[in-house]
Design a protein around this ligand. Structure first.
Ligand code: NDP
Length: 258
């Protein structure tokens, strides 16, 4: 027994990076998992990897910024698994630009995926969780949800929105058996961070190691965190015994990692 037997989890952005690691961790803990993202091939492959361990996993295509697709996703996940007990709002995207170069389209896209996607997915599962008096919502924010950083106004605003949403819904959830928490990682070794490193290389002319060193120096980390380290924090918030953990903003800034 690993703690999540009999529970079903829906993980957005489950095709790669932190979402894929969270899917694997929750499935290994006994949950049935549904992975969702826009790139269907990626979630299908990740679900197959999880099933190859003899665990239960399903894959669905969904753009979390589209309310109808989110509604369909939740219906499909319920068809496949029976219920959604756990929601991990992990789908996210980032961009960096000085304010003068942030277009309205970029601002809206970053807000839509990170903040509005979290709102839409949560709204689609929340009432059923409250009716059953059992639910776990884990929102993947960022240290950028708590403090400012250079050239990431849109991302910082969006992740602050995720943290604010988490705190407010946690209050609304008191006494309902549904917990709502957020995880705020520093830089993690994922394709998203690869894009950030590529942008630094482009702007500074540094090689990959030079760009990575700059990123780490700016963040105060000695190395990138691994996706499974973030997945462990997500899993801890989903367990049955985490029923008393509500409204927590769990910071994994990576500054203490060896
Ligand atoms: P990746 O880019 O590696 O993965 C992001 C996932 O989100 C992919 O599966 C992607 O799939 C999915 N996604 C993106 N846009 C949408 C959309 N509109 N609808 C549905 N799915 C979408 O990122 P990470 O694993 O690094 O990041 C995961 C989360 O962690 C994000 O919220 C990110 O902001 C946060 N985070 C990451 C940090 C890092 O250093 N990596 C640090 C702090 C927070 P597809 O493109 O196929 O839709």
């Amino acid at each position: 027994m690993s703690g999540l037997e009999g529970y079903n989890a829906l993980i957005t952005g489950g095709g790669r990076g932190i979402g894929a690691a969270a899917g694997l961790a929750l499935a290994r803990a006994g949950a049935k998992v549904s992975l969702a993202a826009r790139n269907e091939a990626q979630v299908v492959q990740m679900a197959a990897e999880i099933r190859s361990e003899g665990l239960e996993a399903f894959a669905f295509r969904c753009d979390v910024t589209d309310e109808r697709q989110v509604r369909d996703l939740v219906l499909s996940a319920r068809d496949a698994m029976g219920r959604v007990d756990i929601l991990v709002n992990n789908a996210g995207t980032a961009a960096s630009n000085p304010l003068s170069r942030v277009t309205l389209a970029e601002w809206r896209h970053i807000m839509d995926v990170n903040a509005t996607g979290t709102f839409l997915c949560t709204k689609a599962v929340y009432d059923r969780m409250a009716e059953r008096r059992w639910g776990r919502v884990v929102n993947i924010a960022s240290v950028a949800g708590l403090e400012g950083g250079r050239y990431i106004t849109a991302y910082t605003a969006a992740k602050h929105a995720v943290v604010g949403f988490t705190k407010a819904l946690a209050e609304e959830s008191r006494g309902k058996g549904v917990t709502v928490n957020a995880v705020c990682p520093g830089y993690v070794d994922t394709p998203l961070t690869d894009e950030t490193i590529a942008r630094i290389m482009h702007h500074t002319g540094k090689d990959r190691q030079g760009a990575l060193d700059l990123l780490l120096a700016e963040s105060g980390q000695s190395r990138l965190m691994r996706a499974h380290e973030v997945a462990d924090a997500i899993l801890a918030l989903c367990r049955e015994e985490a029923h008393g953990r509500n409204g927590e903003i769990v910071v994994l800034d990576g500054k203490e990692v060896p």
